[in-house]
Design a protein around this ligand. Structure first.
Ligand SMILES: O=P(O)(O)OC[C@@]1(O)O[C@H](CO)[C@@H](O)[C@@H]1O
Ligand SMILES: [Mn+2]
Length: 450
């Protein structure tokens, strides 16, 4: 049962899964995941010569065995074989295998845990962890990032948009001397929206197809406003500005749980720079992924590479921004961490029990921004909630700090809508939950429950 702020009890609905033929989960497991896996195999095969040049015969052996493991997994997926325990010796292997046992208990011994019968959230996360296992079991290519090419391309294809954004940020910072409140809110709101819509640049929904930002991220904001289904930006602003004191004693710490590399990461870095230079925040903590994840999610390597690329840009405002970001990292105003929990399959309501250290870390934030769709699915447990169930209810007790999801909708789970809003959208635009056209800025504070 889950309770909302008025203590109404709700039965917790079942998890989205591919057992519903024709559902988005079904189409993802049947079509998109095999496509992504095939692209991973192709990428490894295409780099065979590099592995040979770098590692000699060992590299060739590793390439062949890795592909064999991935092809085996693809066959398991296509023929709905049982999900099997992990066999590598990574730090989270035990946790993954305990989670498999948990699902086996839930499903009872009549049914094995499988790709099409078990929760979509679990099997999709499991696929990415099995890709890591295949590489990990085959040194010397264990630390090869099979998604690196796509992430770099996404950054390079978005250059004009990045320059526009860094130029805008420079202009805002130049007038920061006399920060009038409504000017500050206006800039904050624009950069929050840019970070929100930056989430459309995600290579998992496009199954690896190039998905860069081609239009101006600032000019397109007003035309996108009607597609925001929940807009709690004013609550985010009051959470930030209520903790604001004169710049030198700002106490506010903002944690950003990152999503995609490439253009979306730049939008998050620009927002973070504004939060610090405007005096709204004293410290920013970025949370990324410890392994390559969902095709385009940010790893430590992507984070550092993006800042280095920005520093080295031949555009003045871009390189100035990159130098500032590197300085923030050096001074400790910004920091980056990648707890293994973010690349496990758990719903976030499990975090306090399964990753108490991470939960404690997040409790030190004044605001936690969760970027993207997968984080939203984990915040709400990827379940068949009615659209009008409150966000606080769907969080089922997860609330380390005031939090806000900045998400473009790419999976059929959405809560916190007005009565009739979901039905109206379905009539107007049947795939409103999965097209990436719509978005939410959805806030919840553990104190008020909203
Ligand atoms: O978290 P992100 O990058 O916004 O989106 C991740 C995603 O592309 O992958 C899953 C579908 O395969 C969905 O959660 C969503 O469509
Ligand atoms: Mn992602």
């Amino acid at each position: 049962m889950a309770a909302d702020k008025t203590d109404t009890l709700y039965a917790v609905p079942s998890s989205l899964s591919a057992k519903v033929v024709g559902s988005f989960a079904y189409l993802t497991v049947r079509d998109r995941l095999p496509t992504i896996l095939t692209k991973v195999i192709d990428t490894i095969h295409r780099n065979k010569n590099i592995f040979f040049e770098t590692y000699g015969e060992e590299g060739i052996q590793a390439e062949k065995q890795t592909i064999a493991l991935l092809a085996k997994m693809r066959n398991e997926l296509l023929t709905d074989k049982p999900v099997v325990p992990l066999t590598d010796s990574l730090q989270d292997t035990e946790s993954w295998n305990r989670y498999l046992q948990r699902h086996q208990r839930l499903q009872g011994d009549q049914e094995f845990v499988s790709w099409f019968r078990s929760p979509w959230l679990y099997v999709e996360c499991y696929m990415y962890r099995r890709i890591q296992e295949a590489l990990w079991l085959n040194p010397p290519i264990s630390d090869y990032d099979v998604f690196n090419e796509g992430k770099c391309q996404s950054f390079f294809e978005s250059q004009q948009a990045v320059i526009t954004l860094c130029t805008y940020l420079e202009g805002v910072k130049k007038n920061m001397k006399e920060p009038s409140k409504n000017h500050q809110f206006e800039h904050f709101n624009k950069l929050l929206l840019v970070s929100l819509w930056g989430n459309r640049c995600d290579l998992s929904i496009s199954a690896g197809q190039e998905n860069a930002q081609k239009t101006s991220p600032i000019d397109s904001l007003s035309s996108l406003q009607p597609f925001i289904l929940v807009d709690d930006s004013s609550m985010v602003w009051s959470t930030l500005s209520s903790t604001q004191r004169p710049v030198q004693v700002t106490q506010c710490r903002v944690d950003i749980v990152l999503d995609n590399a490439g253009f979306e990461l730049v939008t998050d870095l620009v927002l973070a720079d504004f939060l610090v230079s405007s005096g709204l925040a004293r410290e920013i903590r970025f949370h990324g992924k410890s392994i390559p994840w969902f095709v385009s999610d940010v790893t430590a390597n992507d984070f550092q590479w993006t800042i280095r690329q920005t520093m080295a840009a031949n555009n003045k405002w871009m390189s100035k921004s990159g130098v500032q970001w590197q300085r923030y990292l050096k001074e400790g105003v910004w920091s980056y961490q990648d707890h293994p929990f973010w690349t496990q399959p758990h719903e976030f309501c499990d975090m306090a029990a399964d990753a108490p250290d991470l939960y404690t870390t997040l409790q030190g934030a004044d605001l936690v921004l969760f970027k993207g769709d997968l984080n939203y699915r984990k915040l709400t447990g990827d379940r068949y909630w009615d659209h009008t169930v409150g966000f606080d209810t769907a969080l089922r007790g997860f609330g380390p700090a005031p939090l806000c999801s900045l998400r473009t909708l790419k999976a059929n789970v959405q809560v916190g809508l007005q009565p009739g809003q979901g039905e109206k959208l379905t009539l107007q635009d049947p795939d409103w939950m999965t097209s990436g056209k719509y978005a939410v800025i959805q806030f919840c504070s553990p104190k008020s429950g909203h």
